[in-house]
Design a binder for this molecule. Structure first.
Ligand code: MG
Length: 391
């Protein structure tokens, strides 16, 4: 079986009035970069990468640099292919665009390998510990025409948070960092009031602060019973991470802007984080994700993959989490405490909701089922994909 073609697609879905903000930027659209790899016996595998920045640069890496090295190879050699692609681009691509491009190829190769063998990807990763994953909602961004005026949005924010609790989620991750600490504390208070004391609450600043401000914010988050403070400081500021972590009683997490086992080695071994969050579609694909969590597990650092993209990204994360052991083992697994959880982004995203023939949804029990078909176990709606790629 030989790979005969690698195509890239850059779907985008404008959000219009549903535009929202994190601390770093507005999201006027959802976009991503998908790869479609076909073999000479007609099998097709799908991968994803490049959901963070411009997809065109990731597509260019694949089309002009990486794809010619993969055409003619067998998907069964995916581990060899990863090492060769990384070795080829190491001198100029250790982080960012090239690693995202390798991720998109790698995920499609795992999909192909599973389809060729007639087994789901989680089987290839060592077998499934579970057939569903507890989902946590990611939401409560800065929305609406009054995104920068928190008082005008408090009522809508509280209603959004309550809707997540009402729809079965047991855990919610919210945004902080766009506004002043004082304004954001009012937002967190409104959310905690809306969801009640029992729902787990996590907060993500997307590296909005330097350490002193992060510590001030983190102490307030502790008072609201938050369990985790995600990306308190810029990803390069490892000293800042350690300072914040040493000052707070809640878990400090990060890693969505880190890449490969070498990047995560520093974040983990230098004691920067309590929880590490590689994005499978950015940090090196499923092959590299296995190496990152192996390394993290040796340091007693649990892994909670960052998930942000289309249904392809979501399915890849579900397979990886199905195959991830308890962190650590107990006879009674408890989500977030020692059982892996999946990030279930609830912001508007037609690429997540309309690109797969069967949309991945939250079950009534607050868990997300792991696809069971061969490969990633998903089917792309190619007419929907063509629609998102127009213009
Ligand atoms: Mg984040």
């Amino acid at each position: 079986m030989k790979i005969v073609s690698i195509k890239t697609y850059a779907p985008r879905a404008p959000l219009g009035k549903e535009r929202f903000y994190s601390s770093q930027c507005p999201f006027p659209q959802r976009n991503s970069l998908l790869t479609r790899i076909e073999t000479d016996d007609g099998l097709v595998g799908w991968g994803e990468g490049g959901q963070y920045g411009p997809s065109e640069t990731v597509a260019a890496c694949i089309e002009h640099v990486l794809a010619p090295k993969v055409i003619g190879r067998s998907p069964h050699e995916l581990g060899c292919i990863w090492e060769e692609l990384y070795g080829l681009t190491r001198d100029f691509g250790q982080k960012g665009t090239y690693v995202e491009a390798i991720s998109a190829i790698d995920i499609a190769l795992w999909d192909l390998k599973g389809k060729a063998l007639g087994v789901p990807v989680h089987n290839l990763l060592g077998g499934a510990f579970r057939d569903s994953i507890s989902g946590y909602a990611t939401g409560c961004y800065y929305r609406g025409e009054n995104a920068f005026d928190h008082k005008a949005e408090l009522e809508n924010l509280a209603a959004e948070a309550k809707a997540y609790a009402d729809s079965g989620f047991k855990m919610l991750k919210i945004k902080i960092g766009l506004l002043s600490v004082e304004a954001d504390i009012e937002r967190v208070a409104a959310i905690r009031d809306a969801i009640g004391p029992d729902m787990h609450l996590l907060a993500d600043s997307n590296h909005a602060y330097l350490a002193p401000t992060a510590i001030r914010m983190g102490r307030a988050l502790q008072d609201f019973g938050c369990l985790m403070f995600e990306e308190p400081v810029p990803p390069e500021d490892h000293d800042g991470y350690r300072t914040v972590r040493n000052a707070l009683d809640i878990a400090v997490s990060g890693g969505e802007c880190e890449f490969t086992r070498w990047g995560f080695r520093k974040l983990i071994a230098e004691g920067c984080v309590d929880i590490v969050q590689p994005d499978i579609c950015a940090s090196g694909g499923l092959s590299e994700f296995q190496k990152i969590w192996s390394f993290a597990s040796a340091y007693g650092v649990p892994v909670m993959p960052h998930v942000w993209g289309s249904g392809v990204a979501l399915s890849a994360a579900l397979h990886a989490l199905a195959a991830m052991p308890l962190q650590p083992y107990t006879a009674n697994p408890i989500p977030f405490q020692n059982e892996p959880v999946i990030e279930f982004d609830r912001n508007p995203n037609p690429l997540r909701d309309e690109l797969l023939q069967e949309t991945i949804v939250l079950g009534e029990d607050g868990r997300v089922s792991v696809p069971q078909g061969p490969g990633l176990g998903i089917e792309i709606d190619e007419s929907a994909l063509a629609r998102f790629c127009e213009g």
